[in-house]
Design a protein around this ligand. Structure first.
Ligand code: SF4
Length: 456
């Protein structure tokens, strides 16, 4: 049997095709990217969450205005640690605060006034991003027309994102909408001051806990000019010149390949997929870029310098972590980005789950998985609990929603979304990652806990 059903799902057998046990030579993928099964308490985010929370939100000098009831905006305030070097970013949450009255009479006036008010209060904002949530889709505000009107009044770009939460089955559609909107409305609207033969964009890098600040200099040391990072620590004005890059590299291939493909199709700029987690994958990324720009020697020099500095630390942590087993539960790409780096630390992932993975994410997981590896699409908290209790991993990598569940079960936890003490990308970041796993797994606190692990 390649599909299995945990006991907690007996009342909802429709979950069965979403949970797969890997058998060599018989690759069956979990059913994915479809509506959540009725009765299942999903942990997924909505389309708006993907658009605002993942792709648009990190743009550091845009006023991020949520057009909808205040409840939608609640979780946009500083929940993802996309760091930036400007004060406006992540400090404020803007919302039109739609109420029953707006549902009856429309929210157009409120939106126009909110854009003008936010701009007056924060004139340092270089653009206004307006995100429509479910209610706006239902009452049918003409946000395009209002944003155009507002743009003429305040004199800076006002960009509407049609990312109503109900539009997609998960946050994944929100990524796509954000990519398409920024490509259609922003990319190509400004030229860079200068161009060089070595201009590149790093796409799908959101500067979680400073990842971009670690990886960007690696490429710059090779002689590459990073024209834009999409969208970690990005200024609004970093996005328009993306059409002048010579190459794009794509790190988060679930949330951002869309814009790389659109740029390739329209401007004939190629892109390559990379992973910037782990020593080998990061070195491979530098080599691929070096090959493209004919900077192979420079790439090897940077890799040699980094390995000389950081490989001994990785070797140190490997000795402490060898033989451990983990669960990986991430949005999607990190689930497969981290399988090989774990092996560099002597750790095997025995279960991998994603919230919004697509077929290609699960193919990549299964290509890397060992026999018996369990793969779950869109797990709920009960499934996670049951597998934690039954399989007893040495640690769990997930998001804050699962942190206290794992602690209650006496299992070490790593925050893979916003990190513990990141950054985690690049060579140096991988040392932070290894250190955090060591701190979590080898903490003496676990010796004082003796919980009977059983499912009721
Ligand atoms: S599903 Fe709709 S109402 Fe709920 S947070 Fe998302 S946009 Fe707001």
């Amino acid at each position: 049997m390649t599909t299995i059903l945990p006991e907690c799902d007996i009342p909802i057998p429709q979950r069965q095709p979403h949970i797969v046990c890997h058998e060599p030579g018989n690759m069956i993928l979990p059913m994915c990217n479809i509506q959540t099964v009725p009765g299942d308490m999903t942990e997924r985010g909505c389309t708006f969450a993907g658009c605002r929370g993942v792709v648009g939100g990190p743009v550091k000098d845009a006023i991020q205005l949520v057009h909808g009831p205040i409840g939608c905006a609640y979780y946009t305030w500083g929940t993802r640690r996309n760091l930036s070097d400007v004060k406006l970013h992540r400090k404020y949450c803007f919302s039109t605060d739609l109420t029953e009255e707006s549902v009856i009479y429309g929210g157009a006036k409120k939106l126009l006034n909110s854009i003008i008010e936010a701009h007056e209060l924060f004139p340092e904002g270089k653009a206004v991003f307006v995100y429509s949530t479910c209610v706006v889709g239902l009452i049918g505000d003409d946000t395009d027309a209002i944003c155009k009107q507002a743009q003429e009044k305040i004199g800076i770009p006002v960009v509407p994102f049609h990312c109503e939460g109900f539009r997609g089955v998960s946050q994944s559609l929100g990524h796509h909408i954000a990519n398409r909107t920024l490509f259609e409305k922003v990319v190509g609207t400004e030229e860079p001051e200068t161009t060089t033969p070595y201009d590149m964009c790093i796409i799908g890098e959101f500067n979680i806990d400073g990842d971009a600040w670690i990886v960007k200099p690696l490429f710059e040391r090779m002689g590459v000019r990073v024209l834009s990072v999409f969208t970690g620590n990005a200024s609004y004005h970093d996005i328009p010149p993306m059409h002048r890059a010579k190459l794009n590299i794509v790190q988060c291939q679930r949330s951002s390949t869309y814009i790389a493909k659109m740029i390739q199709d329209k401007y004939n700029i190629p892109y390559i997929n990379v992973s910037l987690f782990g020593m080998k994958q990061t070195a491979d990324a530098l080599r691929d870029v070096g090959k493209f720009f004919h900077l192979e020697e420079n790439a090897e020099k940077v890799i040699a310098e980094e390995l000389a500095k950081y490989q001994p630390m990785i070797d140190h942590y490997r000795k402490k972590l060898e033989g451990k087993k983990c669960f990986i539960y991430q949005g999607a790409p990190r689930a497969w980005h981290w399988i090989d780096p774990m092996r560099e630390l002597g750790i095997e992932a025995i279960l991998t789950a994603t919230t919004f993975g697509h077929k290609d994410d699960y193919e990549k997981i299964m290509e890397k998985a060992k026999p018996g590896h369990i793969c779950i699409d869109n797990p709920n908290a009960l499934e996670i609990e049951e597998y934690l209790v039954k399989l007893k991993p040495d640690f769990f990598i997930g998001g804050l929603k699962e942190k206290y569940l794992t602690y209650k079960l006496g299992i070490p936890f790593i925050n893979g979304h916003s990190y513990e003490e990141g950054p985690y990308a690049g060579f140096e970041g991988f040392v932070n990652f290894a250190k955090d796993i060591d701190v979590a797994v080898n903490s003496p606190v676990w010796k004082f806990i003796n919980l009977p692990l059983e499912v009721k």
